[in-house]
Ligand binder design. Structure first.
Ligand code: IVH
Length: 684
């Protein structure tokens, strides 16, 4: 019987998948696995009527566009209270002991990915939903099915018929490095860290892309009604037996000292883990005690997260390079003796500018501290003076462009030095072209940095307008480019004339005109000609445009060479006029927002776009005309204070999402209600 064979193949493949990906102990060779998979795929193709969304063959994903339906969580997904000091942690333990007496704690790693809730029915994966605002999230089941460590059907048979299990979707460093290397080669924007990459990947439209990106999933909490466990430990052991990946790095601790030891161990040992962690979670083990302890509005009172301090590494400064960017700005970059930091090997770190170097008093031969912030490039935070060579001398900053020899200049109020030789300095020329073809600008695919350099070297590309004169044969004869890719590139260049005006404007690379400013300018002036004609007074009337930006715009259009390039682009059909606006909804109309800090579920750009598409206005600075400040993590205290002073309503990402979904804005002022979790609602 075909249906029996299909069933048998699915069962076997799922079991071997589990042995391979979860247990790291394969029983059959890759070859045998592939043969079984091929047999299954063939049978499924011949018998579409026997399709099953949980067949192991779905792990490769599909190109069908996923719709992310919003789903309400049966139990709210709460967050955890954070502490950064052992003292606060000890106060947490003292409070627990005061309230319920001695307790056992399970210490776990705090995985730095994006939270997920998986629902299983009759032992099969039914749904995977993101945390969202804690009350409702996005249905990302099709994407999650491609993650090999997520069981599609469970092992054994003693699982509850219906339950949820929660954990973290992670991107291991190896996947992250590979992904960013690919994106860099393709000239695409890099992900700042594995957490953003994991969250971004989960929201991909194509599950085939997700399948290739190498996500992982670790679970840490079982949820459901009347679950048959008395302790957290027991629930995790069971979950492990059902085929879930549960962290091996758990420890039951009975005293503050044991917890401190676990933290001290992992603060160091996490450096050799293959995935990112940002702390330790300490949870009361016993469910009866958990029930007694209950919840606050936002988080359980029986658990706390201890956050690690940003990782630092000490290494030798070997030399300093000076990079010239597309605007001519010079950035000193340190070459370091390779050192392992937060899971990746660091060889370079930014030193920002001359002032910063002087402030650090960094000298040749120094041993320096490197740290990774949220950004892609690590930074140097200090010098270990005890290791400084006795004969060291202060650094001499350069006064000529390292690329073209032109004397550097410093503009009023700017920390960086600039090379003013815009039209003759190689990295500026190439940098402007690279910027122009970026995804967020003209989105010209297939042309990476290397190809642009090659075209420049071969005299085919001097400025952005030359792109539109390129012919396939000119590209096809370059090394590494065949006829096919040459044609694809040309097609992509032709297609780029259709990108909206705001992106063309951004692509021109006018100093200080980033993506958002370009959008405001496009909205305000509606055409490039109007912008070219605008006076200083007219320019500053546009949202977000101040003196600095206005001057940069005037300077750009005063340059005859820039005007010549623009005319050639116009002749090539590039869009220099805005099209009529299309709105998704008017939900936010008449409301203006400032987005600040880091957000859990969406990038700042995504939030800004949502605001625009739903009729709201984005403002960059807190002022009297702002209605809402959407506050993420690590927001500057000054901004917060100013907003409070002005009586601006401060809302969380979740509250914003609720507003967007048509909810009413939280009451004035900041003391907003957060989603209330009922004690029985949240787990145990
Ligand atoms: S337990 C009631 N355990 O941290 C909340 N969370 O700030 C139960 N996280 O949203 C969460 N590792 O995304 C728990 N071992 C771990 C965790 C963990 C990472 C994340 C999770 C949660 C956030 C809470």
């Amino acid at each position: 019987m075909v249906s029996e064979r299909i069933e048998e193949l699915r069962r076997q493949l799922e079991y071997h998948n589990f042995r391979y990906y979860v247990e790291n102990a394969p029983e059959i060779s890759d070859f045998e696995f592939d043969a079984l998979m091929r047999e299954l795929q063939d049978l499924e193709r011949e018998h579409p009527e026997l399709a099953d969304p949980n067949s192991p063959s779905v792990r490769v994903g599909s190109d069908l566009t996923a719709e992310f339906r919003t789903v309400r969580h049966r139990f709210p997904m709460l967050s955890l209270g954070n502490t950064y000091s052992l003292e606060e942690l000890h106060e947490f333990i003292e409070r627990i002991e005061r309230e319920v007496g001695a307790a056992e704690y399970v210490c776990e790693l705090k995985f730095d990915g994006t939270a997920i809730s998986l629902t299983y029915e009759h032992g099969r994966l039914l749904r995977a939903v993101t945390r969202g605002d804690g009350t409702q999230g996005d249905d990302v089941t099709a994407n999650v099915r491609t993650i090999r460590t997520v069981p599609l059907r469970l092992q054994g048979d003693d699982w509850p018929d219906f339950f949820e299990i929660r954990g973290e979707i992670l991107m291991p460093y190896a996947s992250f490095d590979r992904l960013n290397a690919e994106r860099e080669a393709a000239g695409e924007a890099l992900f700042a860290n594995p957490r953003n990459a994991a969250a971004g990947t989960l929201k991909q439209q194509s599950s085939a892309v997700v399948a290739r990106r190498g996500l992982d999933c670790t679970l840490y909490q079982v949820a459901g009604d009347d679950l048959p466990f008395a302790t957290h430990r027991e629930s995790l052991e069971k979950a492990r037996a059902w085929g879930f990946r549960i962290s091996e790095h758990l420890r039951v601790c009975r005293s503050a000292q044991e917890i401190d030891d676990f933290i001290a161990h992992w603060d160091e040992a996490r450096r050799s883990l293959p995935f990112p962690t940002d702390g330790v979670v300490i949870k009361v083990d016993d469910f009866a005690l958990r029930r007694q302890l209950g919840f606050t509005a936002k988080s359980p009172r029986w658990a706390v997260a201890y956050k690690f301090k940003a990782e630092q590494a000490l290494t030798l400064l070997e030399s300093v390079d000076f990079q010239v960017g597309r605007t001519g700005a010079v950035t000193p970059v340190a070459n370091l003796a390779p050192v392992l930091l937060a899971g990746t090997t660091v060889r370079r770190a930014t030193l920002h500018n001359a002032e910063q170097m002087a402030l650090l008093d960094i000298r040749p031969g120094d041993t320096v501290y490197v740290e990774k912030g949220g950004e892609i490039i690590p930074k140097i935070t200090g010098v270990e003076l005890s290791l400084r060579p006795a004969d060291s001398r202060p650094f001499q900053y350069i006064d000529r462009c390292p690329e073209c020899g032109t004397p550097l200049v410093r503009y009023e109020g700017e920390a960086k030095h600039y090379c003013p030789n815009q039209s003759g300095c190689r990295p500026q020329i190439i940098g402007r072209i690279i910027h122009f073809i970026r995804r967020k600008a003209m989105n010209i695919e297939g042309l990476g940095e290397e190809t642009v350099e090659l075209l420049y070297e071969n005299g085919l590309l001097h400025d952005i307008s030359d792109l539109y004169d390129l012919q396939p044969p000119q590209l096809a004869c370059l090394p590494r480019l065949g006829e096919k890719s040459a044609e694809n590139i040309i097609r992509s260049i032709r297609r780029s004339t259709e990108v909206p005006f705001r992106r063309t404007l951004f692509g021109l690379g006018i100093r200080f005109v980033g993506e958002t400013t370009a959008k405001y300018l496009a909205d305000h002036f509606r055409s490039l000609d109007a912008l070219i004609r605008a006076t200083r007074e007219e320019l500053v009337e546009a949202d977000e445009v101040g003196d600095k930006i206005a001057d940069a715009i005037l300077e750009y259009f005063a340059d005859a060479e820039n005007l010549r390039i623009i005319e050639r682009l116009r002749a090539a059909g590039v869009r220099f006029e805005a099209e009529a606006r299309e709105l998704e909804s008017e939900t936010l109309s008449g409301r203006s927002f400032v987005i600040s800090g880091k957000f859990r579920n969406r990038s700042r750009d995504e939030l800004k776009e949502l605001i625009e598409r739903n009729g709201g206005r984005n403002l960059a600075a807190v002022s009297g005309s702002v209605d809402f400040l959407v506050a993420g993590d690590n927001m500057g205290p000054a901004k917060l204070k100013k907003a409070e002073k002005l009586g601006i309503r401060i809302i969380s990402e979740e509250e914003f999402e609720a507003m967007l979904a048509g909810g009413t804005p939280p009451p004035d002022p900041a003391s907003a209600e957060t989603p209330q979790a009922s004690a029985q609602g949240e787990l145990f």
